[in-house]
Design a protein around this ligand. Structure first.
Ligand code: ATP
Ligand code: MG
Length: 552
């Protein structure tokens, strides 16, 4: 039997399944906070959580951790649902919300108070910080630590009904002010926030802290393996303390290394800043590392899933090259993209011996990688556009494209010989004049002429105009957040977007959203969501080769 290499989380799951720890169940969850759009790091967490349940015949919940009303909104909820499904995953049952559990969480807080394991603290945050101690010194007890359960219960109820202003007091778990884990030194579990919540409206004046909501939500849902990123390692002790002290079902928290990409900023807070300060056009700007930005850019779900698979699951933080993601995109698009002709920097060619007014339809394979994609006819005529850099007046050796006296094949059409060039007053070439070899038509070439170069073209009379948006890295520094005291926006690439006006073949006027095109010899492109029938706009998805200067 083939021996499969398991990642460390799969090892844990297989061991649990052997010992029967969760009765053989595997139930994971993806728990985003709806305070921004998802980014490629979340894609890793999504693929991991859904991948585990698929592999072991389990389930994955989608649960919104919506305990921070001021920063959260339904717009974010909707975008997250769309992104998860676009990546190819469907959550178990209905979408879930931590806010659905606010009543239960409130009762559990009352239980802790009742059991003498939580108290209301009226200290200011400065006073609390002063008593917290530090890594080498134990903290000291708050003067409110020994209030009776009865009095605390009453105070908690008054917090709830809105008797106190924001921040006037809070509820703290009574754990251990001398713990070596700072997060165990009587953590705050409820705070007063008389804020409107996107789902519960104005029902609550108090909201649970993330750490008081997350583990219990996992427990309520019967989650078995609660997979999260490494920064939650110090939170695990309190996660377990709560489950034990509330005497409820205990899921297992497991931490893995978050995805980091070079030249990329991935915190939602930072991405929000880019959006709000208009450094980008929105969360789905094709330069953004968001799933919606990547979708608009033309990245495919298959390529993101392949990328996550190649990155693997590690226990230690590392930084992945952006080039690996682009490699995965390119590999997938090579299989799928329809081959098209577009001239990005046009110069006119006149074929002087081709009859004026004549049009021939040239057969062009839609995708040599996939015969099922068939072929189409591309109109050819006496005047065509070619790329400016496919012609050189004084070519170096081994230049196989067009030059005076030289010959080249026009893709899927004829061989042409360059006879003459026209120039403007400044000496720039404005037109290339050629003659075509009549019996050299592609598919039926009887000329016996061998040429080394093939170039693409678009018939002038049939060409359409399109705006092409060409992207580079959003940041010029591999680690924009790694410079102390320097704002990460200092490293934004001023050339991250270039707009060019291209001549495209007529078939591209029927381009569709979500379809990949390869503009042959140039790059992969996709139609942009802003495009209209009057104004065609394409995004460059990725180049044909890894041409990034910063990559090894
Ligand atoms: P950010 O730090 O980017 O703001 P977050 O952790 O605050 O993200 P959440 O909405 O809380 O975002 O995250 C949902 C899930 O996605 C969590 O389980 C979190 O651990 C995971 N996650 C977030 N960022 C990454 C990442 N870069 N790599 C892997 N998983 C991630
Ligand atoms: Mg978070």
């Amino acid at each position: 039997m083939e021996h499969e290499i398991l990642n460390f989380i799969e090892e844990i799951i297989e061991k649990d399944n052997e010992t029967g720890k969760f009765g053989g169940r595997v139930h994971t969850r993806f728990p985003p906070e709806p305070n921004g759009y998802l980014h490629i790091g979340h894609a890793k967490s999504i693929c991991l959580n859904f991948g585990l349940s698929q592999k072991y015949g389990g389930k994955t919940n989608l649960r919104f951790d919506d305990t921070n009303p001021e920063k959260e909104s339904d717009e974010y909820v909707q975008s997250i649902k769309r992104d998860v499904q676009w990546l190819g995953f469907q959550w178990n049952g209905d979408v879930l919300y931590a806010s659905d559990y606010f009543d239960q969480l409130y009762q559990w807080a009352q239980k802790l108070i009742h059991d003498g394991k939580a108290y209301i603290d009226f200290s200011t945050s400065e006073e609390m910080a002063a008593l917290k101690g530090n890594l080498t010194t134990a903290g000291s007890d708050s003067p409110y630590r020994n209030t009776s359960p009865a009095e605390n219960l009453d105070l908690f109820e008054r917090m709830k009904v809105g008797e106190f202003p924001d921040g006037h007091c809070c509820l703290r778990a009574k754990v251990d002010m001398a713990s070596s884990n700072m997060l165990m030194r009587d953590p705050v579990i409820y705070r007063i926030k008389r804020a409107h919540h996107h789902r519960t409206g104005d029902k609550w004046n108090i909201y649970p802290m993330y750490d008081f909501a997350h583990g219990q939500s996992d427990s309520i849902e019967g989650i078995t393996h609660s997979v999260c990123t490494l920064e939650f390692v110090p939170h695990r002790e309190f996660y377990e303390w709560l489950l034990v002290n509330l005497e409820i079902y205990r899921p297992q928290q497991i931490e893995f290394a978050r995805l980091n990409l070079d030249y990329t900023v991935m915190s939602k807070r930072k991405l929000l800043q880019l959006v709000e300060e208009k450094h980008v056009t929105g969360w789905d700007d094709p330069r953004m590392p968001t799933i919606s930005g990547m979708r608009r850019r033309g990245y495919t779900p298959e390529s993101l899933r392949e990328f996550v698979k190649r990155v693997g699951v590690a226990k230690r933080d590392n930084i992945i090259e952006f080039g690996l993601l682009e490699f995965c995109v390119r590999e997938d698009l090579n299989k799928k993209a329809l081959r098209m002709m577009a001239v990005l920097d046009p110069i006119k060619m006149v074929i002087t011996n081709y009859p004026e007014g004549q049009v021939e339809e040239m057969k062009f394979d839609n995708n040599p990688e996939n015969e099922a994609d068939g072929s189409r006819l591309v109109p050819f005529s006496r005047e065509i556009y070619i790329e400016r850099d496919d012609f050189m007046e004084n070519p170096p050796k081994k230049y196989f494209r067009l030059f005076p006296g030289g010959m080249v094949r026009l893709k899927s059409a004829y061989i042409v010989r360059c006879d003459d060039v026209l120039k403007d007053d400044a000496g720039n070439v404005t037109e290339v004049h050629c003659t075509y070899i009549e019996n050299s038509r592609s598919g039926n070439d009887q000329s016996g002429i061998h040429v080394k170069g093939t170039i693409h073209w678009v018939s002038v009379a049939h060409a359409a105009d399109a705006e092409l948006r060409i992207y580079e890295r959003l940041f010029t520094d591999p680690n924009p957040l790694g410079h102390e005291g320097v704002d990460f926006k200092t490293f934004m690439n001023p050339n991250s977007l270039t707009t060019i006006h291209a001549k495209i073949e007529p078939a591209l006027t029927a381009a569709e959203l979500g379809v990949a095109y390869q503009f042959i010899r140039k790059a992969y492109f996709c139609l942009d969501t802003e495009a209209t029938t009057d104004k065609l706009i394409f995004n460059q998805t990725v180049g044909l080769k890894d041409s990034f200067k910063g990559s090894k």
